[in-house]
Design a protein around this ligand. Structure first.
Ligand code: BES
Ligand code: MN
Ligand code: ZN
Length: 496
């Protein structure tokens, strides 16, 4: 998709299709007024006849709007009440325009959906949400279908703005497109079936990504290397699987070598059966998304590599399957983590924390990061607590938590902070080892976060539980591409 900024007067901008926002009730916005006048009142006539109300998501295509309009067509998009026009309806309006255009043969359009302003957004974010939402609306995952539907024809989208807003407009569409590239990678990886999307596959994707960007380098550890290092917690999870485990390290150097990096760690369970503590069969197919954290941090890295900002970033992905078999870890088995702490595996379905704890230790030992953020589809309890809109945010550092919370808000990828405390940690006591991998069922997300915190030394750390936000169940089953927007917004804010 090719995005650009258009600063010429709306009625005089040549395009196959101008996308015009129409609010419900009240007066026409500045953009619609211009097109209405130039078209000799075409929009007002439609409104007065009641043929177009302006309800959010409504659309109507007008061809040949008249000689005073340089656009060949006007696509009217309902935007709801003008007083309610914030980021959510704005993005819904962009999506509605994409849906309407998908059934036409129009290849190129210019959007004025943000021309009158969007509540709470400056031009940079109006532009960024446009490019990101267009790409999101047009995303399809059909690589495993034998007869995929034809691709929508749209390949060029312009953003109509005033001349003074050209620079933030260009910055915004560039960053939004890079975020979309990252989200596409995240979605592809998470949607791809687990017989293809294995730990080996994730490693290959990381290595291929590194080949395409000069500032990126990749290292992949195999099981022998993990064993030599002492990653006993990680290895206990892969014990029942025939697929070899991998530990992926992707290094992005955009700043001085000695500048301490941000570390992102993604849970890469390519399929979670629960292991010997087997999950029930209903919806078990969705556990192919249990590498959503890995997909998210790889997507964030893809976006950063495309943008090339001045910062250092390391992405770590411990990845394996969680399978039952004769060689699988059993409830009650005690394993030694890379930190030296011993863990009693009371439930083999609480496997995410076992691969993450070794990755957290490794990140601190190797990279001395300025902060580390792990991303994981960690607990069903988080879905119960926060639903599908908010990612669970846990942290030992108020500044980091505040920065991530703010990034999620700006990126329309929100997180909500939940507590970690001594009480949750206390429930992880074991009679036989230093700690157990499960504790109280109540507050399960906080218990899991408290488990992870025991492996954090002095480093500012945050944990994002994306169990409810990484994918959608039901009819629209599939990956959402989250939390790439949050992560990239946060990372761009750490530029030096
Ligand atoms: N991958 C799951 C968490 C999950 C569940 C993500 C549902 C998305 C939707 C994780 O490995 C898991 O099984 N967690 C257990 C922990 C429990 C055994 C303490 C859970 O949430 O039930
Ligand atoms: Mn599990
Ligand atoms: Zn899991």
């Amino acid at each position: 998709m090719d995005f650009s900024v258009k600063t010429s007067a709306p009625a005089r901008t040549r395009t196959a299709c101008a996308i015009v926002p129409i609010y419900e009730g009240g007066r026409l916005g500045a953009a619609a007024q211009t097109f209405d006048q130039a078209s000799g009142g075409a929009i007002r006539r439609l409104r007065s006849k009641g043929d177009f109300r302006g309800k959010l998501g409504e659309s109507l295509l007008l061809t040949h709007p008249g000689n005073a309009v340089a656009a060949q067509r006007l696509l009217l998009i309902g935007c709801g009440k003008a007083t309610n026009y914030g980021v959510k309806p704005y993005r819904a309006a962009v999506a509605a325009a994409c849906t309407a255009l998908a059934t036409t043969r129009i290849k190129e359009a210019v959007s004025y959906l943000g021309f009158n302003g969007v509540d709470g957004l400056d031009t940079y974010y109006v532009a960024r949400h446009l490019s990101e939402q267009v790409r999101t609306a047009l995303y399809r995952f059909d690589e495993q279908k034998s007869d995929p539907a034809p691709k929508p024809p749209l390949i060029k989208v312009g953003l109509g703005v005033d001349k003074a807003d050209q620079k933030p407009g260009q910055d915004g569409i560039r960053d939004g497109a890079a975020i979309a590239t990252g989200m596409d990678l995240t979605r592809d990886l998470a949607n791809r079936s687990a017989n293809l999307c294995t730990p080996t596959h994730l490693a290959k994707v990381a290595v291929d990504l590194a080949k395409r960007h000069a500032k990126l380098s990749a290292t992949v550890l195999n099981e022998t290397q993990m064993k030599r290092l002492g990653m006993g917690a990680m290895l206990s999870v892969t014990a029942g699987s025939d697929q070899p485990a991998r530990f992926i390290i992707l290094n992005y150097q955009g700043d001085d070598k000695k500048a301490s990096p941000v570390a992102l760690i993604g849970k890469g369970i390519t399929f979670d059966t629960g292991g010997i503590s087997l999950k029930p069969p209903a919806s078990m197919d969705e556990m192919k998304f249990d590498m959503g954290g890995a997909a998210g941090v790889l997507g964030a890295m893809a976006a950063i590599a495309e943008l090339g900002p001045r910062l250092n970033l390391v992405v770590l992905v411990p990845t394996c399957e969680n399978m039952p078999s004769g060689s699988a870890t059993k409830p009650g088995d005690i394993v030694t983590s890379l930190s030296g702490k011993t863990i009693e595996v009371l439930n083999t379905d609480a496997e995410g924390r076992l691969i993450l704890c070794d990755a957290l230790t490794y990140a601190q030992q190797r990279f001395n990061p300025r902060c580390m953020i792990d991303v994981a589809t960690l607990t069903g309890a988080c879905v119960i607590a926060l639903g599908h809109q908010y990612t669970g945010l846990f942290s030992n550092d108020d500044d980091l938590a505040g920065a991530l919370d703010a990034a999620g808000g700006r990126a329309y990828d929100p997180a909500w902070r939940l507590p970690i405390s001594e009480e949750f940690g206390e429930s992880l006591k074991s009679n036989f080892a230093d700690l157990a991998n499960i504790g109280s069922r109540e507050g399960g997300s906080s218990v899991a976060a408290s488990f992870l915190e025991k492996f954090v030394e002095d480093t500012p750390w945050a944990h994002l539980d994306i169990a409810g936000t990484a994918w959608t169940s039901g009819k629209a089953k599939g990956s959402t591409g989250r939390p790439v927007p949050l992560l990239v917004d946060y990372l761009l804010g750490t530029r030096t």
